[in-house]
Design a protein around this ligand. Structure first.
Ligand SMILES: Cc1cc2nc3c(=O)[nH]c(=O)nc-3n(C[C@H](O)[C@H](O)[C@H](O)COP(=O)(O)OP(=O)(O)OC[C@H]3O[C@@H](n4cnc5c(N)ncnc54)[C@H](O)[C@@H]3O)c2cc1C
Length: 373
């Protein structure tokens, strides 16, 4: 009988797992991917798509095509929970998907649950498909707006800063009428990056007339108004939440061991600390003793060691340790084909950095356009 490998989520680690099983098929393994969407976004190109530099297809990986190349099946659904004793995943469409080996790469959920009203008002950047649908709606209306559309973006990390600059660029390109406010709870933007990079992006925000509210944690939100820490009420027609990564609740409620924030606790083999047949990678996982920032770079890097250990688990072979790198290169774009790179304390900027990032991103995407004939 074939051994059943169930992959939950078509995230950055799993696309590499499927690619590797396509390049070197595993005899007698039946691989199933469960994912709500056929197209999975590549986060590195998302701000570039919002800015209008890449089409929707250029920044999405076709999971059906990838699965066909690997001889595997994709089930279009969302996993709601696991029965770990009887080894199956429960899905939204009532499917119960059995497994011998399970791997989870479902990413994070928006960290807005602690802000009253945030779940009802505003647009979270995840799920990405919903976010992009809302962005298309805004783009279609912004050119017809009589008065300037007030757009607030909450979150001053790399994703928030990149998005506000990308949106500003795109709206100017389509001759739309909008005013932007970027809101953060810390005293600086891009606090994970060197001060040189922070200063450069502060200058860019300033030059484009994007209003900045620092030290301004959002206390609550209702239709059209954000209440900030100092008591100010900020009016906004559209609110985007880019406030970081939280854990989905279903892994913990299914009985998997999780860290203090609810992310699946895994060892150096990317294997669950509580269930040896279960593996996890990307944002949803937290490596015991080697936690890293929630970023696509680390999820991508975990793809090859995850694929190797899933194969070994299917064969009943000993698993191998993986040691994540301490630092990762970050490439942050500013909407207009300019980008800065940061690595530890170092930072560089220029249009050549954008071209470099563009080459890296496009070559990443080419790897997943596999021949499925
Ligand atoms: C605007 C923006 C820009 C960013 N830019 C960068 C960048 O330049 N570089 C970088 O390193 N990081 C970047 N990030 C962070 C990056 O997006 C995440 O760290 C990365 O996507 C995590 O990858 P992942 O594999 O964990 O999951 P994801 O890429 O989030 O993929 C998870 C997949 O699982 C599916 N899924 C979710 N729940 C379920 C379920 N219950 N059942 C089945 N399927 C499910 C989802 O539909 C999705 O396809 C950016 C983030 C944002 C928001």
């Amino acid at each position: 009988m074939s051994r059943r490998l169930l992959l939950i989520g078509g995230g950055h680690s799993h696309v590499e797992v499927i690619r590797r099983f396509a390049l070197a098929p595993e005899p007698d393994a039946a691989i199933t991917l469960v994912s709500p969407d056929r197209l999975t976004p590549y986060s590195g190109m998302l701000p570039g798509h919002v800015a209008g530099h890449y089409s929707h297809d250029e920044c999405h990986i076709d999971l059906d095509r990838l699965c066909r190349a690997a001889g595997s099946t994709r089930v279009e659904s969302t996993v709601l929970g696991l029965d770990l004793d009887n080894r199956y995943a429960r899905c939204r469409n009532d499917d119960a998907l059995p497994f011998d080996v399970l791997s989870i790469d479902t990413g994070s959920v928006p960290a807005t649950t602690t802000i009253p009203g945030a779940d009802r008002h505003g647009i979270a950047v995840r799920p990405v498909a919903d976010f992009l649908q809302q962005w298309d709606r805004i783009l279609a209306t912004v050119t017809k707006a009589k008065s300037a559309l007030r757009i607030a973006i909450v979150g001053t990390g790399a994703a928030g800063v990149e998005l506000v600059l990308a949106m500003h660029h795109r709206i100017r390109e389509v001759r739309g009428n909008a005013r932007f406010t970027l809101i953060g709870d810390s005293a600086a933007i891009l606090t994970q990056h060197p001060s040189r990079l922070q200063r450069r992006f502060m200058g860019l925000l300033n030059a484009r007339g994007i209003e900045l509210r620092l030290d301004s944690a959002v206390q609550s939100v209702d239709a059209g108004t954000l209440l900030l820490r100092d008591g100010e009420r900020l009016a906004a027609d559209e609110i985007f939440w880019v406030t970081g990564a939280a854990a989905p609740s279903w892994p913990a409620s299914s009985g998997l061991s999780v860290d203090s924030r609810g992310f699946i606790a895994v060892n150096a083999k990317l294997q669950s600390l509580s269930h040896s047949r279960v593996f996890a990678a990307g944002d949803v996982a937290s490596m015991f003793g080697a936690a890293r920032p929630k970023s696509g770079v680390f999820a991508v890097r975990q793809g090859p060691p995850l694929a190797r250990n899933l194969r070994r688990a299917l064969r009943g072979e000993p698993l191998l340790d993986y040691r994540p790198q301490r630092r990762a290169l970050a490439l942050i774009s500013s909407g207009n084909r300019y980008a800065m790179a940061s690595y530890g304390p170092l930072a560089w900027g220029g249009t050549w950095v954008w071209r470099w990032k563009d080459r890296i991103d496009r070559s990443f995407m080419r790897r997943y356009c596999m021949d499925d004939g």
